[in-house]
Design a binder for this molecule. Sequence first.
Ligand code: PLP
Length: 390
Amino acid sequence: MYNKTAYEMGTNGCTIRELAAYGAARAQIVGEENVFNFTIGNPSLPAPREVTDTVRDILDNMDNLAIHSYTSATGDLAARKAIAKDLNNRFGTDITADELFLGCGASPELCAVFGALSMDGGEIIAIAPYFSEYEPFAQSAGCTLKVVAADVPNFQIRLDAVEAAITPNTVAIIINSPNNPSGVVYTRKTLEQLAELLNRKAKEYGHAIYIVADEPYRELAYDGVEVPFIPTIYKDTIVCYSYSKSLSLPGERIGYIYVPRQATDGPELYTAVAGAARGIGHICAPSLWQHVIARCAHLQPDLTEYDRNRKALYEGLRQAGYEVAKPDGAFYMFVKAPGGDSMAFCEKAKGKDLLVVPGEGFGCPGWFRLCYCVSYEKILRSLEVFRALV
Ligand code: PLP
């Protein structure tokens, strides 16, 4: 006997991971240099030197038991204070440690937040294209995910479509900016208009509608583009942050949830987040990494290499005749499939050992995603293959 829903989630494997595994297998046969694997969002930059130095220092000098012990359920106080200080310095906020909950990266944090918001028939809105894992996260928390298309091809939020999707059961809308998979950053104007809409609807229905800001890519923005800190625009915002991308630590599982005390039912919601996290066994983010964050929360990534890749790929693809969403952030590019059939295009590309992810899995057929966390040299060589495919 087993849970059929869980079985389905297990069988509907993640296309990205499958494609990435295929790429790794092909590399064994034809050589790594001959596979253009643009699939998985694994940072290609090493973690900053300060991070690795801090790990060494902690291992060498901190009490061994203290390094590896359970921390409090909400996380090490020094780490929460360091995060609060960094956010306050950068965004002019007055966040305190007791509004922060240390988590094992954005994935379980989103599960905990959805669990905290979940009510009978609770609906959560996502803007397509969206990170496909929202589906199982929402489902496991007993919420229904309602998908609303973005404004193609600029991929900003379509407010009329969001308004049409809001019902009395709407508990939250997920905002992921910079966006995976589009690479688009939602503008301040878009977010202000969204805030105005949500305030109006919350008033109409007599309950809060939260923004769940899924922010693993907050620090990855180029050309000076602003990534607004959404709690300063809309008070009912819960932030799920991750150091997976900004500090290149996806395998270490560390991030935080910020539940503002000024949010509607803020303190209760914080407790509910901690309770929901407990309910999924999310009791302690890796202690070593909590201690690292206590010292490294202020670090910013050096984006020079990603930016070089981004520019070369964007220019190269456009010159080859591809339509590309303007990639202001993250390390993804969303490209219109020539001929309009993204599945067919990705299959054809696969035949040339060029691995890209069809938009179907992101709720946006007709487009495909590229992750440009590969070497610059490979980006340049891949353009030849892209040109042949167009
Ligand atoms: N949200 C988005 C939009 C992502 O792209 C990812 C990972 O790729 C996550 C959440 C999960 O990140 P984490 O590694 O912190 O669980």
